[in-house]
Ligand binder design. Structure first.
Ligand SMILES: [Fe+2]
Length: 280
């Protein structure tokens, strides 16, 4: 059985957990966790998760099973992951549409795929394999990237849609990633959003990013959400309706009250764009 998830969520990060779990702010509707932090691990992480589950529904977001990689999956890991996810009663699990390693090495980074039919076919087959193994609905997340594509590929949005169509998968649409890629590679983020089949979108991510002196935008999750990303979120929510929205903050983590004021801003946008959502 799964629990309903809607409204604004926050990532359960170690640096914030003690204060978050003591205060249990009502404006946070759900929490996102990375399963890699909890599998085969007891102690404080396990305790944090058990406390969190008393107050919030949980959604999981993986960091290591990059859907575009060509390395075979570790079957034992997928089995353990599936058991962990079912115990959490989550509605879906998500992973990035990217490359995570090659030749037996894992890069601990989310590397871009070429936006080609071949890469779409490989990622689709891998997504279906993972979904079958964990036995839970699987969403792909669009990633940020910094390497220019070759001349023969698809536009990024068309590549994402191609994988969605081949797999019947769900989509975790990262609005900040669309914005960052649009600014770095000179496309209109709204036209990207317009291409997405909204019935596939189950969740949104928003975050802040770093702007270098040369205007290149880096997806750091280490800055407050800028106005342009709030505006693109508003545009997206008007199309998706009230899907859950996560505020991603993984670096440069500020005091909880600062994040809660961003959560309040997100609620304002959420209610305005979707017409639903209880006031925190
Ligand atoms: Fe994201």
């Amino acid at each position: 059985m799964t629990r309903d998830v809607a409204g604004i969520g926050l990532g359960l990060r170690y640096d914030l957990a003690t204060e978050l779990l003591e205060r249990t702010p009502k404006s946070i509707a759900w929490l996102e966790i990375h399963p890699e932090n909890y599998l085969d691990r007891g102690g404080r992480y396990q305790e944090m998760l058990e406390l969190a589950r008393e107050d919030w529904p949980i959604i999981t977001h993986g960091l290591s099973s990059c859907l575009g990689s060509v390395e075979p999956f570790d079957a034992r890991y997928l089995k353990e992951l599936g058991t962990f996810l079912k115990d959490l009663e989550i509605p879906w699990h998500s992973e990035h549409l990217c490359l995570g390693g090659a030749d037996g090495r894992f890069f601990h980074d989310l590397l871009p795929l070429p936006f080609t039919e071949e890469a779409a076919a490989i990622a689709s087959q891998r997504l279906i394999e993972m979904r079958d193994a964990i036995g839970i609905p699987l969403a792909l997340e669009n990633a940020s990237y910094y390497a220019p594509q070759g001349p023969d590929g698809l536009a990024e949005a068309d590549f994402v849609v191609e994988v969605l169509e081949r797999t019947d998968a769900k989509l975790l649409l990262d609005v900040n990633n669309v914005y960052v890629n649009g600014r770095n590679f000179d496309f209109d983020p709204r036209l990207y959003i317009d291409k997405i089949p909204m019935e596939r979108v189950v969740q949104l991510h928003v975050a802040g990013h770093f702007v270098r002196d040369d205007e290149v935008r880096i997806d750091t999750h280490g800055e407050p959400v800028p106005d342009e990303v709030y505006e693109l979120l508003d545009y997206t929510l008007r199309k998706t309706g009230p899907v859950p929205v996560l505020l991603e903050r993984d670096n440069n983590i500020p005091p909880l009250d600062e994040l809660l004021s961003e959560v309040d801003e997100l609620w304002t946008i959420y209610r305005r764009a979707t017409g639903v959502g209880n006031a925190p």
